[in-house]
Design a binder for this molecule. Structure first.
Ligand code: DI6
Ligand code: FE
Length: 413
């Protein structure tokens, strides 16, 4: 029964008859396979543990029956380009006819075609199209998401993308981390003037947008079709001067040494990393950077060069898994599908894939103190799943196993 002061969607109260997925809560608080309970008070986790150990003073709280559901922390999608104009199904067709991603990009398609469409779109239009995509991710239990700029590539248009990202967070009651990806591609008006473009990014766009509170982290597309190692470092220096953490699109198509550079700047994460070298792995391990695996891009590009999963595992580098949602190389709107692909294509175990979309993904965003695990004091973000075993989260393709999502202390679905 609801207490009079509680809104109908308030998650405060006692959640009983739950089964906590492995790693969902700090190991010290639970016994494997024992029925569990969660207490939510004022939108935060007030208690989690074995139901048999529930302190008596919580027993009278508003009950929420879990009916034996498996529970995980709210999912975290730690690498997306969710806000952009248009879509690129035409390039999909070109690739089916034999063109490679790099050929399409060099011929003026690729990222630059999304830049054209994003510049043409109004802020409200960008909000509407991204909101429709976000709703699909949220329906699968996402409680925190990273959204990058990088399809504006001019101050006003990068600002427009980042403002939309912030608005989405408020409108949907979901944690949004914004990442400035001003060095994503060379805008057409800077053709042949890559260095000047990086100058503008470092001296003008990044400081201006950071001053407006629109930037939580800074990313660069370091690749032979994008920016060099030296240009990447200039952007990292500008980020460092502003006290902003960095991350990197690194070693996706070739080994540029980007991960080792990013590690020197204490990167939160290095993402893609299909061509990551042993030296890059060691540098990431020493820096505590998360390896973000993006099987949707690997799949879409029909890549065959696997990321060095076993070496990352041996080195103890935390591995996250994300959609990399973008209109060119990963038009994917399902984090559960990415869990499946991380297992099927990259041979992650189910617990690794689950940690990859929860605790390690949170770390890749610097959100490890508030997301990715169900622990006392954290905002209440968790998902009840209608499955018989946890492996089903990665096993089904296209199932909709969500039973209930608690996001920011509210029952959202
Ligand atoms: N993330 C990116 O930024 C690029 N690839 C990737 O995985 C390209 C995105 C695009 O083609 O629009
Ligand atoms: Fe990306």
């Amino acid at each position: 029964m609801l207490l009079p002061h509680q809104a109908p969607d308030c998650a405060d109260g006692l959640w009983t008859d739950l089964r906590l997925a492995p790693g969902a809560a700090p190991a010290s608080t639970t016994t494997p396979d024992a029925p569990a309970a969660i207490v939510v008070a004022q939108g935060r986790i007030a208690w989690v543990g074995d139901a048999s150990a529930l302190p008596a003073h919580f027993a009278h709280l508003t009950p929420h029956a879990g009916a034996g559901a498996w529970v995980t922390p709210g999912l975290v999608d730690c690498h997306t380009h969710l806000v952009y104009g248009g879509q690129r199904a035409n390039e999909f067709a070109l690739r089916l006819a034999g063109a490679s991603y790099e050929e399409v990009a060099r011929a003026g398609g690729g990222i630059v075609s999304s830049v054209r469409a994003t510049r043409q779109a109004s802020e409200d239009e960008l909000f509407a199209s991204a909101a429709a995509r976000l709703e699909l991710l949220l329906a699968e239990g996402v409680c925190a998401i990273e959204i990058k700029s990088g399809y504006g590539l001019a101050l006003a248009h990068e600002r427009k993308q980042l403002r939309v990202a912030r608005r989405l967070g408020k409108a949907f009651g979901v944690t949004v981390r914004t990442t400035f990806l001003g060095a994503h591609a060379l805008p057409p008006e800077y053709a042949g003037r890559s260095s000047d473009s990086i100058d503008l990014v470092c001296r003008n766009r990044l400081p201006a947008l950071a001053a407006e509170g629109l930037v939580d982290a800074v990313d660069v597309f370091c690749e032979r079709i994008a920016f060099s190692l030296e240009e990447t470092e200039r952007v990292f220096k500008a980020a460092q001067a502003l006290g902003l953490p960095v991350k990197l699109h690194a070693e996706q198509l070739s080994d540029m040494g980007g991960a080792a550079l990013a590690a020197r700047y204490g990167a939160l994460s290095c993402d893609h990393i299909e061509h990551l070298s042993p030296a890059g792995i060691a540098a990431m391990r020493d820096a505590g950077s998360v390896a973000v695996l993006l099987p949707g891009a690997y799949y879409t590009l029909r890549d065959t060069h696997l990321p060095p999963i076993e070496a990352l595992r041996q080195a103890g580098v935390p591995m996250a898994v994300s959609t990399d949602h973008n209109p060119g190389t990963s038009p994917c709107l399902s984090l559960l599908t990415m869990m499946n692909m991380a297992c099927t294509l990259f041979r992650l175990t189910v617990p690794e894939a689950l940690a990859g979309v929860t605790q390690h993904a949170a770390r890749a965003l610097g959100l490890q103190d508030t997301h990715g695990v169900i622990a006392v004091g954290m905002p209440a973000n968790f998902v009840l799943w209608g499955v018989n075993e946890v492996a089903e989260l990665a096993y089904w393709l296209g199932a909709r196993p969500v039973q209930c999502v608690v996001r920011q202390g509210r029952i959202a679905a």
